[in-house]
Write a protein that binds this ligand. Structure first.
Ligand code: ARG
Length: 464
């Protein structure tokens, strides 16, 4: 069917063209929002004197019934009616004669823009909850293993010891920024397009303020042409989702790496791994790998929408229909990734011994030794050289820097030597590492045990 019915057109649309333009199979998920918009529009038409009281009541009843049928899966979606808007309008008009007046002063152009904004508002709310659940899972894992020390890496080379909880909380920070971006996108999307008509508003005196109140938008759009052509709010959402997906991918990669035999720091619960069809010993982290892989789709959807918008003349063009599959798939993919990651993270068991062993190489404290020499009065550049030379000397002799003696270190004063000893000598590796972490106390953002405890507590409170 054609949107305008028979009027302008006589013949039929080419069946291949009709199928090509059809969107009802994916835009029917906007049904609730479309109905909500229609109820508000009916109220506006009543206020403008276009619908009588009785007609509004009949339309409302009709819309409510359609909604019930949709919820119960009893509504008959017709492919021939192209999209969600015409399916609902046709079903309404078939039951309620006044339904034929509902599209007065409205175009599918301002209607779809309104539906998408209503949909986005709801979606972002549940996204934020899903991100929070993953944050809680990460904090929970950090709490369970709050004493665990492991190497922190740069260039994927062991750098300095950190607490596992510090590593996990880094992701909690990223996810918090993701929520900030979502909230930001939601705020800018909080504008009502309805009342903009096809592109130039209406000659009918539509009270847009009433529609705004009924649909609970923060403001009404100020330019009807912008209102029907704008999809910035979806780009912003896709950008937030793409970056959120990239964060999940980095988390997945860290966990995959740490779960290899080469690292051996942790294991995913069996329920989040799979075997190999050939190699009997395998325990593959497929869930995390899929999360990492799916982030590619999320980035792709952002680029797809930007490319769709680029070069589009004002105002509405049918190209804009292409926003939906990208946005819906992005929302679904991200949501599922967040959910499964939260569960997978909660299933993790950490091998504290393996982590400690990897962090125990005294070379990981080389920077701390240089800091200690600075405290004892040596300029940092020289301290860096002195410690570097010691590392090299140990390497050449097939030993470790904590086994070098005073004479193996070049040109240290007594005071300097005491500083070296204080960092490197005289206790078990775990005590030495704890001491190293404790000496970070008072530096905000650093992984001192008391600092991390406080951070864990802060996040538990904040995520409640
Ligand atoms: N299915 C369309 C979309 O998603 C709805 C708006 C159609 N408007 C039009 N003038 N054909 O963009």
């Amino acid at each position: 069917m054609r949107a305008a019915g028979k009027g302008r057109f006589q013949g039929k649309v080419d069946p291949v063209a009709e199928a090509f333009g059809r969107s009802v199979h994916f835009d029917q998920r906007l049904a609730r929002h479309d109905l909500e918009g229609s109820r508000a529009h009916a109220a506006v038409l009543a206020k403008a004197g276009i619908l009588r009281r009785k007609e509004v009541a009949a339309i409302r009843k009709g819309l409510d019934r359609i909604e019930r049928e949709i919820v119960q899966g009893k509504f008959r979606w017709k492919d021939s009616l192209e999209d969600v808007h015409m399916n609902i309008e046709a079903a309404l008009t078939a039951r309620v004669p006044a339904g034929a007046k509902l599209h007065t002063g409205r175009s599918r152009n301002d209607q779809i823009a309104t539906d998408m904004r209503l949909w986005l508002r709801e979606t972002i709310q549940s996204d934020v909850a899903a991100v929070t659940s993953l944050q809680k899972a990460l904090v929970g894992l950090g709490m369970r293993y709050k004493e665990v020390i492991l190497p922190g890496y740069t260039h994927l080379q062991r750098g300095q010891p950190v607490l596992l909880a510090h590593h996990l909380l880094a992701y909690v920070e990223m996810l918090e920024r993701d929520k900030g971006r979502l909230a930001d996108a939601a705020r800018r999307a909080d504008v009502l397009p309805l009342g903009s008509g096809a592109l130039a508003g209406s000659t009918l005196k539509l009270n847009r303020e009433l529609a705004r109140k009924l649909l609970r938008f923060r403001e009404t759009s100020a330019n009807s042409m912008d209102a029907v052509a704008d999809r910035d709010f979806l780009v912003e959402y896709l950008a937030a989702v793409a970056l959120g997906g990239v964060h999940l991918s980095r988390l997945a990669e860290d966990l995959i790496l740490f779960s290899t035999s080469e690292f051996g720091f942790l294991r995913f619960g069996e329920a989040f791994t799979t075997g190999s069809s050939l190699m009997p010993q395998k325990r593959n982290p497929d869930v995390a790998e899929l999360v990492r892989g799916k982030s590619g789709r999320l980035c792709g959807h952002l680029v797809a929408l930007l490319t769709i918008l680029k070069g589009l003349p004002l105002t509405y063009n049918r190209d804009l229909q292409e926003d939906k599959e990208a946005v819906f798939d992005a929302a679904d993919t991200w949501k599922k990734s967040l959910e499964v990651m939260a569960r997978a993270v909660s299933s993790i068991e950490v091998d504290a011994g393996a982590c400690l062993y990897a962090a125990s190489a005294p070379e990981l404290l080389a920077t701390d030794v240089a800091d200690a020499l600075v405290q004892s009065g040596m300029p940092f550049r020289r301290a860096h050289q002195v410690v570097g030379a010691a590392v090299r000397a140990a390497e050449e002799r097939g030993t470790r820097i904590d086994r070098l003696e005073e004479r193996d270190w070049n040109g240290l004063t007594d005071r300097d030597w005491k500083a070296v000893v204080a960092v490197l000598h005289g206790s078990s590796p775990s005590a030495r590492l704890r001491r190293a972490l404790q000496s970070r106390e008072g530096v905000s953002g650093a992984p001192s045990p008391s600092g991390i405890q406080a951070e864990l507590r802060r996040w538990v409170q904040r995520l409640k």
